[in-house]
Design a binder for this molecule. Sequence first.
Ligand code: BES
Ligand code: MN
Ligand code: ZN
Length: 504
Amino acid sequence: MNFDVASTDLSRFEGDLLAIPVFEGKLDDVPFRDVDEALNKRLTKLAEIESFEGKGEQTLTYNPDGKLGAARIVLIGIGKPGDFSPPDARLIGVAAARAAKACKAKTVGVALPKVAKGRLDAVLEAIGCGVVLGFYSFDKYKKDAKPLSVESITVLGKEIGGPRKRGAKARLEWGTSIAAAVNRARDLVNGPANEVTPEYLAEVAKAIGKEGGIKVKVRNRAECEKLGMGLYLAVARGATHEPRFIHLQYEPPNGRAVRTVGLIGKGITFDSGGLSLKPAKSMEEMKCDMAGGAAVMSAMAVIAAAKPPVRVHAVCAATENMPSGDAYRPGDVIQGMSGRTVEVLNTDAEGRLTLADAIHYIVKEGVDEIIELSTLTGACIVALGKFTVGAMSQNDDLIKRVLGAATVAGEDLWRLPLVPRIGKELKSEVADCKNIGGAWGGAISAGHFLLPFAGDTPFVHLDIAGPAFSDGPWGVHPKGGTGVGVQTLVEYVTRTVPEKFGKK
Ligand code: BES
Ligand code: MN
Ligand code: ZN
């Protein structure tokens, strides 16, 4: 797929499909007006008949029958102008891609919506990102899968001609790089657990390392044992597929880092529940239990390309959670790298055990702050639904910055309170803590479990159990793996280089 920008008149654009974003109630404004006039107001009439007002998620296709350079038009509703932001621009790209897929277009033009000059670059990035997200499909295992027909995407706007063209194109392409990382995470999540094993994730990490010049260190069971990772290895004990503790490290080009960020992603390649076995229905989607790890690893590829002046450690303690004669048991008391002992009461609360060792490990690497993503609790889905990430932290400043990045990235994060009484329910009679708490507030309870392992290091826990895997298409996402978190992480880590990418 080739991406470009051009200042061509919309009515002169030659191609298979022209996508035109329309603000709600603004059918008398550009870019719609330019094309409508070239068509003797036919678009206005059609919009009236079809009740197209430009509301978000409304689309309308039209065949100009040779009266325009474009063979087809799709109008894309983008809602009220006052509410418009980069996440809405991403939806323009997604809608354009879906329309292009539906009509098998090869050459696609996307008109720029009318936005303030200062927002142009962010909108271009978001459109580029949206287009690549919108073309995503997972058909690796289908014999009759058809390759994408699309060849070129051109964003059209009078504002991006002449000297502005190069910068505009670069920003558009940057958006497509971010989306490629999201799609890579989606592929890993959608990949079945019989293929996407801990070993497979380690190979992907090595490939990402090669591409981006990132250091990658993979540790096997014996090496983790030496480091004392008894919590992570307790989970791995029942698994036949060997665990892999994956560590990627990005160094800024000149060796001078303004800070060191730690990223952690849960990497359970399949969560059967272990001896506390899940019922069949709940197990169906449990190949998605490494979505946090997939997000963190994929984000590293773009972070390396952006070259921010920040050192980044990314860790994924990958393993399956399986029952076996040698699996860890309810009642076992185990101890990890930090020395804290844990009484296991439910082997299905495994994610927090693997994360505890990963958190302690990354703290010892000397990170200034940690962002951790995990499909950690069904309780978080009960609390917030399938579209929202539950965010928890002991540090107001860090969580505010992460929430800010998420807003620009178009990902919905909501802070949950770390209610102290819920934390107390993790007290054990025989060990330093239990791995499950009381009956209520399970997402918060899990957050409390993780906190002591971070110590004083500012720590944000993102429970992505809801949005990591979708029941059907919504927003920029297809059914299945969404790649949630990638965009927030990339936005967070790279926004410290405004001189390169411009202010949002
Ligand atoms: N991987 C699950 C959480 C999950 C549930 C992710 C649904 C995605 C969709 C996690 O390991 C788990 O099993 N959590 C238990 C915790 C409980 C035993 C305290 C849960 O949520 O039931
Ligand atoms: Mn589990
Ligand atoms: Zn799990």
